[in-house]
Design a protein around this ligand. Structure first.
Ligand SMILES: [Zn+2]
Length: 183
């Protein structure tokens, strides 16, 4: 299901997910955030923490699902909605299916890892015993801009690191030549 008409409440929850994405960006993590809503209340939230956790499974959706399961004291999130800023990957789509979340809202697509629309259509695959209603594009621009900004800054940092390394190597070479002259 593709629905471009979102309610104020739905936008509010995605703004909360964007807030989570910003928490990730603040500490240098790829800015992806998620919240899980039950009975109009946020019962789980999370942001990407892969680098700080040294853990490949620390995606925003997984962290939000873990927290929601703890809050609701159940692995079944049958009456919940998940809001996530970027299209879920294969791992997170698997977790969404296994936790029986019936409805997912996501912002921008991820052409390199998205497993909801871009590369696979896992959440709506009728061969699985659980399928999910998917809403794409909610505050997509805000979500996408955060990613673009993050990776642009990362490239600038990398360039600066390379430049510093080259300068250090150059200084070392000059020092060696200097010493050779003196000898
Ligand atoms: Zn993921």
């Amino acid at each position: 299901m593709r629905d471009q008409h979102y309610t104020g409440r739905q936008r509010h929850y995605m703004e909360e997910a964007l807030f989570e994405a910003d928490q990730a960006a603040l500490i240098g993590e790829v800015p992806i955030g998620a919240v899980i809503v039950h009975d109009n209340q946020i019962v789980g939230r999370g942001h990407n923490l892969r680098e700080h956790g040294n853990d490949a499974t620390m995606h925003a959706e997984i962290r939000a699902i873990e927290e929601a399961c703890g809050t609701l004291k159940s692995w079944r999130l049958e009456e919940c909605q998940l809001y996530v800023t970027i299209e879920p990957c294969l791992m997170c789509s698997g977790a969404i299916i296994n936790s029986r979340i019936p409805e997912v809202f996501y912002g921008a697509r991820d052409p390199k890892a998205g497993a909801v629309d871009s590369l696979y259509e896992t959440l709506t695959d009728s061969r699985l015993n659980h399928t999910v209603t998917v809403h794409e594009g909610l505050l997509a621009k805000d979500a996408g801009e955060r990613m673009v900004r993050f990776f642009k800054a990362a490239r600038v940092r990398q360039k600066a690191r390379k430049k510093a390394k080259r300068a250090a190597a150059q200084a070392q070479t000059e020092k060696t030549l200097d010493n050779q002259k003196k000898a």
